[in-house]
Design a binder for this molecule. Structure first.
Ligand code: KDG
Ligand code: MG
Length: 412
């Protein structure tokens, strides 16, 4: 199983995706997702200039050894560009191993631990009526858990509101929300934490009154609060019994979660911007979080995220893998295989991709009564339609950034 080719394919069907395609000498192909939203070409360069040449002639069956070689052998470790690159190689090798064995990847990881993966969708609205419509639409689509994001009076454009994304423009095909915008400069959004803290509990009260006590509700704070503000929010949301409060503080300040934890029983999720088990280790060991938000694509692949989640299992911390539209269908498939196999699965984020993306990436996952299943095709179950991919060249795009009313840059 020697590697014959390692190609980096960039395509922008609805948004930019970076995919690594590895082909073995006997013609088996494997795909890996290396998409890093807004910094895609940095990963392309890392993969094509520094990683692909090392793969040619290597043994595709040696997944763990290849991971260690790329991680330790680079000397310069960690970071989103490095770890997305390693993730792509790792996913592609698991895909190849599955195809060679004639088995879906989840079977190689120990087999299914459940019928399917509970998934949450992104309900959002500029105001309460629009939010209720969005929740109803998700329930009609079969979702059994929803993330709640709402506009805040006085703020013009904030994270997570689908209808506002339409206003801001970008692409004809509408995502649930797609924060990255095509263009040469990032869009500026506005922010005021005090207005947000005053308003959000009233949103959850309204949603609970309308949809009852049982529907699992999630919320993303998107790194904007100070520790004490996050503690206040967690406490004020306790009556509404959230499934989780996500990224309540900027992720680099891990001690912040100690303070938040002392003040609230609202479950906490963090880590979509983390890259390795080392980012999670102390938070898990000290039981400061309840859910690991790492994505297979940004955590160094199936091999690395499985180790993180196995460690988390010892502390009753569960998975909550990141699944926004910037994780490609290949990265999503990897998450589904891993989530189906591990015991400590919690929930899977699921933002549906646009129709052009679904034509470029031929997928075999199933959606049934709110549960996702990766399907039973050998490998990851995703194939790249190269002709379709070629129709959509890369377009520069950036995530937005935030400024406060006085002009100060704030965490986005
Ligand atoms: O690329 C950034 C997005 O993936 C992120 O803003 C989405 O926070 C996010 C989420 O929870 O899906
Ligand atoms: Mg998030």
């Amino acid at each position: 199983m020697r590697i014959d080719k390692a190609e980096v394919i960039v395509t922008s069907p609805d948004r930019n995706f970076v995919t690594l395609k590895i082909t073995t000498e006997d013609g088996i192909t494997g795909l890996g997702d290396a998409t890093l939203n807004g910094r895609e070409l940095a990963v392309v360069a890392y993969l094509s200039e520094h990683v692909a040449p090392l793969l040619i002639g290597a043994d595709a069956s040696r997944i763990e050894d290849t991971w260690q070689f790329l991680y330790r052998g680079a000397y310069w470790r960690r970071g989103p560009v490095t770890m997305a690159s390693i993730a792509a190689v790792d996913m592609a090798l698991w895909d190849i191993k599955g195809k060679a064995a004639g088995m879906p990847v989840y079977q190689l990881l120990g087999g299914a631990s459940r019928k399917g993966l509970l998934a949450y969708g992104h309900a959002s609205g500029k105001d309460i009526p629009e939010l209720f419509d969005s929740v109803n639409q998700h329930l009609d689509e079969g979702f059994r858990a929803v993330r709640i994001q709402s506009g805040v009076p006085g703020l013009h454009a904030i994270y997570g509101i689908a209808s506002q994304s339409d206003d801001v423009g970008g692409g004809e095909s509408r995502y649930d929300h797609e924060p990255a915008r095509r263009g040469s400069k990032p869009v500026e959004e506005d922010w005021d934490t005090e207005s947000y803290l005053r308003y959000i509990p009233t949103v959850f009260e309204a949603v609970r009154n309308e949809f009852g006590p049982a529907l699992p509700l999630l919320h993303d704070g998107h790194h904007r609060m100070t520790p004490i503000q996050a503690a206040q929010l967690g406490k004020s949301l306790e009556p509404y019994h959230l499934f989780w409060l996500e990224d309540c503080t900027p992720a680099e300040n891990q001690e912040a979660l100690r303070l938040v934890r002392q003040h609230t029983t609202t479950p906490l999720a963090i880590g979509e911007v983390f890259n390795t088990i080392w980012d999670f280790k102390d938070l898990i060991r000290e039981q400061l979080i309840d859910y690991v938000r790492g994505a297979v694509t940004h955590m160094g692949g199936i091999t690395a995220l499985k180790k993180t989640l196995d460690y988390a299992a010892m502390y009753q911390v569960s998975s909550g893998m990141h699944g926004p539209t910037d994780v490609s269908p290949v990265g999503m498939a990897a998450a589904l295989h891993l989530g189906l196999a591990i015991h400590n699965f919690g929930i899977q984020e699921y933002m549906t991709h646009g129709s052009r993306t679904n034509q470029v990436f031929e997928q075999s996952f199933a959606w049934n009564e709110g549960l996702l299943h990766p399907g039973n095709k050998p490998g990851l179950g995703v194939e790249l339609n190269v002709d379709e991919a070629g129709k959509y060249p890369y377009e520069r795009a950036y995530l937005p950034y935030n400024r406060l009313a006085d002009g100060t840059v704030h965490d986005w």
